[in-house]
Design a protein around this ligand. Structure first.
Ligand SMILES: Cc1cc2nc3c(=O)[nH]c(=O)nc-3n(C[C@H](O)[C@H](O)[C@H](O)COP(=O)(O)O)c2cc1C
Length: 148
């Protein structure tokens, strides 16, 4: 039963990394805060960016606003293996060297501290070393059951 995928509600984040001259990013709905200063993301084997996260030991997480559906689709429906997604998007680098989107609700710059295997997924825990919250109030983009 695909209970979680069909029934839970998630915010949508863009998780980016760069390593040895390669850069990439993917949409991640399976993400949560763990404790006060750590974030857990769940990234599947299909993701090219996953190798960049593991190689660099860091990732940048950018939380999307409700009006950023096209950004979610851009990062979530094609692979960095074939497309340089960050070439189309304004971003800056965090202290870890990870790309963070300029236009979004929240930036979290994270250093990987633990990685756990669960079937085809990797549960990646990052310590937040830098954070920025949008100055304007925002509605988050919400994803549930393959729809927004
Ligand atoms: C809204 C949305 C949420 C997604 N959440 C996740 C997720 O939590 N984990 C994951 O591995 N893939 C997730 N995906 C799929 C990846 O974003 C997708 O496979 C992407 O093309 C991988 O890009 P990459 O190969 O450049 O890393 C999501 C896709 C969408 C559209």
């Amino acid at each position: 039963m695909k209970l979680a995928h069909d029934m839970l509600t998630h915010g949508v984040n863009i998780v980016c990394a760069q390593h040895e001259g390669k850069r990439g990013g993917l949409a991640v709905a399976w993400a949560t805060q763990v404790g006060t200063d750590h974030v857990l993301i769940c990234v599947g084997a299909q993701s090219y960016t996953r190798e960049l996260i593991l190689g660099s030991g860091a990732f940048g997480l950018s939380v999307l606003r409700a009006d950023q559906l096209e950004v979610a689709r851009w990062f979530g429906t094609q692979s960095s293996h074939h497309v340089d997604k960050l070439a189309q998007v304004a971003y800056h680098l965090g202290e870890t060297g990870s790309p963070l989107l300029d236009d979004c609700a929240v930036n979290l710059d994270c250093r990987v501290v633990e990685v756990h295997d669960f079937r085809r997924e990797k549960l990646i825990i990052g310590q937040v070393v830098g954070a920025r919250l949008a100055e304007e109030p925002f509605e988050p983009l919400i994803y549930r059951s393959k729809d927004y």
